[in-house]
Design a protein around this ligand. Structure first.
Ligand code: SF4
Ligand code: SF4
Length: 300
């Protein structure tokens, strides 16, 4: 690893970038490095875009500003780019000459213009679902990052991670995370980036002056017009056979995702469902007629 390293993580709230960044800082900090870990986000809600920074050095770090020279940009959720919540320029901005982009993806060729940046991928979501049963890709992508940056050997970092996680989580969850870390470490690979991919251009977002005047929100506001679930890799799945059509799931859904037609429950709108599981809690049947399950993987 070079003497000083800056990492910028791009993720959505709930995907664990802050936790991974903090774990990296704690572990390296306990092993003689000087490390910073700090997030940068606006109004926080599950699914909102989050940026997190790490600085790692062999000597005391005096600079507390956002790093501008980035050795590793880590993208936990490619839908942030597809939906223009962050622009390709923001993702790749500040990468140093040997800097790289690490993406949670199963793609062999990244289908976006990455310029001269080296690109690595790891199927972090698939690994997380397989090993811990949830699409929280932070630990597998941390494994990939530790490998690519040559921070530590697999076993030695795994030992430290075990100590760190065991202080907070039950043994079976720790074991799943350690397997996820190992798979991330071993399955990270260099892929094709370059200029062959499609150029993604993002329109400048509206500012407050463009928003129509008004205050009353009569229906599930954001979900009425936006695909609030398009980022989520999990969704509520409905079992028609066990459903008693009580519709108790409908009023608790914050995203207008429970579909009712002619007074009957007819399913879940996956483009709106954020997998918050409020409907599952409200459903009275045993077994539940609604459960949270992974969607098919979506990549750039
Ligand atoms: S999990 Fe249920 S309550 Fe939550 S958004 Fe999806 S359908 Fe609505
Ligand atoms: S709460 Fe459960 S049983 Fe009632 S309508 Fe919804 S899915 Fe069906």
């Amino acid at each position: 690893m070079v003497a000083e390293v800056s990492i910028r993580w791009h993720s959505r709230a709930g995907q664990g970038a802050i936790t991974a960044s903090a774990a990296l800082a704690e572990i390296l900090g306990s092993n003689g490095k000087f490390v910073q870990s700090f997030p940068d986000f606006g109004a926080e809600k599950r699914g909102a875009a989050v940026v997190v920074f790490n600085r790692i050095a062999d000597k005391k770090i005096e600079d507390c500003s956002h790093p501008t020279a980035i050795n590793a940009a880590v993208l936990l959720d490619p839908t942030l780019i597809a939906s223009c919540e962050i622009t390709p320029e923001e993702l790749l901005g500040g990468l140093t000459q040997n800097g790289f982009l690490l993406v949670n993806s199963t793609q062999k060729n990244l289908q976006m213009d990455t310029g001269k940046a080296q690109v690595f991928s790891v199927p972090a979501s698939e690994i997380a679902v397989a090993e811990i049963g949830k699409d929280i890709p932070n630990v597998p992508i941390l494994g990939a990052l530790v490998k690519i940056l040559n921070i530590a050997k697999l076993e030695s970092f795994q030992q430290e991670l075990k100590k760190y996680l065991s202080a907070q989580l039950p043994a079976e969850i720790v074991a799943g995370n350690l397997r996820a870390f190992e798979r991330g470490y071993l399955e990270a690979k260099r892929i094709e980036g370059g200029n062959n991919g499609k150029k993604i251009s993002c329109a400048k977002p509206q500012n407050w002056q463009n928003i129509p005047a008004g205050a009353a929100i009569e229906k599930a506001g954001s979900a009425k017009h936006y695909s609030t679930g398009n980022w989520s890799r999990q969704t509520a799945k409905w079992d028609r056979k066990t459903c008693i059509d009580c519709k108790l799931c409908w009023p608790v859904c914050p995203h207008d995702a429970i579909k009712i037609k002619n007074g009957k429950m007819i399913g879940v709108d996956k483009s709106k469902c954020t997998a918050c599981a409020l409907c599952v809690a409200a459903c009275p049947t045993k077994p539940k007629s609604l459960k949270i399950a992974p969607k098919k993987s979506s990549d750039i």
